[in-house]
Design a protein around this ligand. Structure first.
Ligand code: GTP
Ligand code: SPV
Ligand code: MN
Length: 598
């Protein structure tokens, strides 16, 4: 247990409210993990996968209503509504607690309350932060054990210090003798993913899924941490972190913010299609960044695992992801083959006969229903990634040379584009957008603005968040050492709706251009929207078909951008007087450059 008074009191309070049958303090050991997994196999919640095909790995099917994040049930509960801003659902903190307490009352009847001490960031690192999650879901415990540094060692480091309290219940109490469901959860309208940024608290109720339930991830490391970072002068971002080494052995690190299911995991694990280049993975989803003593911006990956999109992952598209989940992994909402392995659309081979779907039905191609849910995920230890960077657990982080923004844009946005300077780069981040994906439930199809890929993850007013980014640039200890900022788009399509760019391993061609630009290479052409690659400056060696698409991929079309300007103006109008002057100036600058463009 613990000598930490605040922790003891907090656990006792919640145990009194939730009335679990018992309390279990997680030590993080192999034995504990195995016991929980065995328990879930015997209850029917989990399937143990074949020991030869998928050693130490388990398969889960969620409730069909609980397959992704629920943005309309996610709340930022700041004292003032204006501090949550136009992009968040707001509730008064006291009101929200009044709503939730009756739901939590008795919510763990018939269940065990697990206490999970976890560290976001390497144990004992100065940049790391400790959280304690209470949950009644053993699925959450075994996932948190992969995604974070979890267990007794964390309590030892915590001592009597403060922690971020993360409260979670699936919201499905059991009557005496009642048989549990395979995936207990509450109906959608009773789900609440609530954050109290001013007191660093998280109250999550009703969902067992990913970002709703593994509270170290989106709730803590993004929503709460972005608020902490705003107060304390650092950055908590929805970004991958990658190392990139050129054929001469020069190594740089980049971060990239793409919205959910838009290619972070794939880029972080990329295998370059041009010889001599090397890419290594520091993280695939979240970056915490602070200035180092040398004046450079340093990033750490606060996570210890990958919670990656399964469909589309194959030995051709992302072998490193497949190899990362070859063992000791958890699969949620994929298909299950008769020989005890998993399968999903785009895994790279035909579906084995007798495969059952994520809804536990026999797969029927005639039904048109996929075997795996489009947001099916694997949970895999980061250290199992064949290209994990040697510095991925360096408590000081890695120095960042470039920051990339992007999303799925079928038109308008070129393959790659560099900002004129820091504030123009912040502007690029602020106007980023993407076609929506399956990573969240209930969104309207089409392109939506997703500034900095943080739309669902910013714990405070988005206008203040833009201002915070401007301030990071202003207050940089050495402005010449700031990372350069770029926008990329792997998803431009031709009029027939086909991708113009092969993507995946060929994305190294855009990364190479970025790498060279960070060294000041004279390979750019100035346009109204920024610097794009000059003619012949994208390496197309070995790129057959798509090479012919390069002009179309790099095109900056005045008319498309004038349409885009209207959308940006609407987007910006929503921030009212919290939109920083610097961003208004950027918008004016773009408008007049476009007017003057040929
Ligand atoms: P989250 O975990 O939700 O934050 O997503 P992510 O940004 O890590 O996305 P991920 O890398 O898992 O990619 C999601 C989907 O995009 C997968 O189905 C990929 O196959 C597909 N994808 C990734 N990179 C590319 C690319 O370069 N081109 C194309 N066409 N598709 C890609
Ligand atoms: C995302 O949706 O951006 C994810 C998956 O990384 S989840 O953890 O469910 O948020
Ligand atoms: Mn993500």
């Amino acid at each position: 247990m613990t000598g930490n008074k605040k922790l003891q009191i907090w656990v006792k309070e919640w145990a009194d409210i939730c009335q679990p049958d018992s309390i279990h303090w997680c030590d993080g050991s192999d034995e504990e993990n195995q016991k929980l997994l065995d328990l879930m196999v015997s209850s029917g919640a989990a399937v143990r996968l074949d020991e030869k095909k998928r050693p130490g790995s388990y398969y889960f099917q969620s409730d069909p209503s609980d397959v992704a994040r629920v943005e309309n049930r996610t709340f930022i509960c700041s004292a003032k509504k204006s501090d949550a801003g136009p992009t968040n659902n707001w509730s008064d903190p006291q009101e929200m607690k009044k709503t939730l307490l009756p739901l939590y009352k008795g919510s763990m009847n018939g269940r065990i309350m697990y206490i999970i001490p976890f560290s976001m960031g390497p144990l004992g690192s100065k940049i790391a932060h400790i959280g304690i999650q209470i949950t009644d879901s053993p699925y959450v415990v075994v996932n948190m054990r992969i995604m974070t540094r979890m267990g007794k060692a964390v309590l030892d480091i915590l001592g009597n210090d403060d922690f971020v309290p993360c409260m979670h219940s699936v919201g499905a109490p059991l009557q005496p003798g009642e048989k549990d469901r395979k995936w207990p959860c509450a109906p959608i309208e009773s789900k609440y993913i609530s954050h109290f940024p001013e007191t660093n608290e998280i109250w999550s109720y009703g969902s067992g899924y990913g970002g709703n339930a593994l509270l170290g991830k989106k709730c803590f490391a993004l929503r709460i941490a972005s608020s902490m970072a705003h107060r304390e002068g650092w950055l908590a971002e929805h970004m991958l972190i990658m190392g990139i080494t050129n054929p001469g052995g020069v190594k740089k690190y980049f971060t990239a913010a793409f919205p959910s299911a838009c290619g972070k995991t794939n880029l972080a694990m990329l295998i370059p299609s041009i010889p001599g280049w090397k890419v290594e993975c520091v993280g695939d989803d979240i970056a915490w960044m602070k200035f180092g003593a040398d004046g450079r911006l340093y990033a750490i990956n606060p996570e210890a695992g990958f919670f990656g999109v399964a469909p589309g992952t194959s030995m051709k598209t992302n072998p490193n992801a497949l190899l990362s989940c070859r063992e000791n992994s958890i699969f949620t909402n994929t298909g299950l083959t008769p020989d005890g392995d998993i399968w999903w659309e785009g895994i790279g081979y035909d579906i084995p006969p007798g495969t059952i779907t994520w809804t536990n039905e026999d797969y029927d191609p005639a039904s048109g229903k996929p075997a795996a849910h489009p947001n099916a995920r694997f949970t895999a230890p980061a250290k199992q990634c064949p290209t994990i960077d040697s510095d991925w657990e360096n408590p000081a982080g890695v120095p960042i040379s470039a920051i990339l923004f992007g999303g799925r844009r079928p038109s308008t946005l070129p393959l790659v584009c560099q900002s004129f300077d820091w504030n123009h780069g912040v502007f690029m981040g602020s106007i980023a957008g993407s076609e929506v994906t399956a990573a969240a439930i209930g969104l309207k199809a089409g392109v939506r603005r997703d500034p900095f890929a943080m739309l669902p993850f910013c714990g405070y007013h988005m206008g203040d968040y833009f201002a915070h980014w401007v301030k990071i640039g202003e207050n940089a200890p050495n402005k010449s050492k700031l990372p350069k900022i770029f926008n990329v788009n792997w998803f431009r399509k031709n009029p027939e709706g086909k991708f113009l760019w092969p993507g995946y391993g060929d994305n190294i061609r855009a990364l190479k251009w970025i790498f060279e630009r960070t060294e000041g290479a004279d390979i750019a052409r100035e346009t109204a929207i920024g610097y794009v690659p000059g003619e012949g400056t994208i390496d197309i060696s070995g790129l057959s078909e798509a090479a012919g698409n390069i002009p179309e991929l790099l095109k900056v079309d005045k008319n498309e951008w004038i349409d885009e300007l209207k959308l940006i103006n609407d987007h910006y109008a929503s921030f009212g007087d919290r939109l920083p002057e610097e961003m208004k100036e950027q918008l004016q600058g773009l408008t007049s450059r476009l007017e003057n463009a040929r």
